[in-house]
Design a protein around this ligand. Structure first.
Ligand SMILES: *Cc1c(COP(=O)(O)O)cnc(C)c1O
Length: 232
């Protein structure tokens, strides 16, 4: 199967998962996670109609954004954010999913180049407790969202989660349900904040569970691009 077939297959599964959940398939966006794969693979996916791509490493994002500068690709930075890399991210990304502290959010806002639209951001929440590494605690998410919403060059779009791997006997949908409930509460509290419409949740192994619980943006890599190449 080539990349275009694999992409079509993911779209088909996305569609079916929406129908099963009683949701409209247009409610769920697909970000193709291209980390470790070459710019040419992105070009191939672009030709097959894909527009949004996810990268985890700043240097890779920069290299690929430069190689593909002529394509109107939407770049999603989905990796952990180091404070000394915010300038590059603010310049090259359209979306940032892993905002989990106010310091990083302030830098991204300050360093967003004049003339670019506000950077779309999701606040990452750690719904799995100690078992996972990044993300703010659920009980801090509302305060962080309130602060992010005040920053002039950011647009707060919603929440993001990377659940810890499910143990046997656990329902893979549980972390996504927790995120959805938290997001509904925050949306109510924020009230006036327009555009808080995104639940960034679900990857190759669990995107159907995420869609069943309300994900509006899924981040899928290996199902589209194949297994990841080791970083050189
Ligand atoms: C790598 C990665 C993905 C994609 O993972 P796959 O299992 O290859 O689909 C999604 N989100 C984040 C944050 C990632 O780091």
């Amino acid at each position: 199967m080539n990349l275009s077939n694999r992409l079509a297959q993911v779209h088909e599964r996305l569609h079916e998962a929406c129908i099963r959940a009683g949701r409209a398939p247009q409610e769920v966006r697909l970000v193709a996670v291209s980390k470790t794969h070459p710019a040419e693979a992105i070009r191939e996916a672009y030709t097959a109609g894909q527009r949004a791509f996810g990268e985890n490493y700043v240097q890779e994002l920069l290299t690929k954004a430069e190689a593909l500068a002529e394509l109107p690709v939407e770049w999603h930075f989905i990796g952990p954010i180091q404070s000394n890399k915010t300038r590059d991210i603010a310049q090259h990304a359209d979306w940032v999913h892993g905002v989990d502290r106010i310091k990083v959010a302030r830098c991204l806002s300050d360093q967003r180049p004049a003339g670019r639209p506000p950077l779309s951001v999701c606040v990452q929440v750690n719904v799995s407790g100690e078992a996972s590494k990044s993300g703010c605690a659920p009980d801090q998410a509302l305060d962080l969202c309130r602060e992010v919403a005040t920053l002039p060059n950011l647009s707060l779009r919603g929440l993001m989660v990377i659940p810890a791997p499910t143990q046997t006997g656990q329902d893979p949908r549980t972390p996504f349900r927790t995120l959805k409930q938290l997001s509904d509460r925050i949306r109510l509290e924020l009230g006036e904040a327009q555009g808080f419409d995104t639940l960034s949740a679900g990857m190759s192994d669990d995107f159907e569970a995420a869609i069943a619980e309300g994900a509006t943006l899924i981040r899928v890599g290996s199902l589209i691009f194949g297994s990841r190449k080791p970083l050189s």
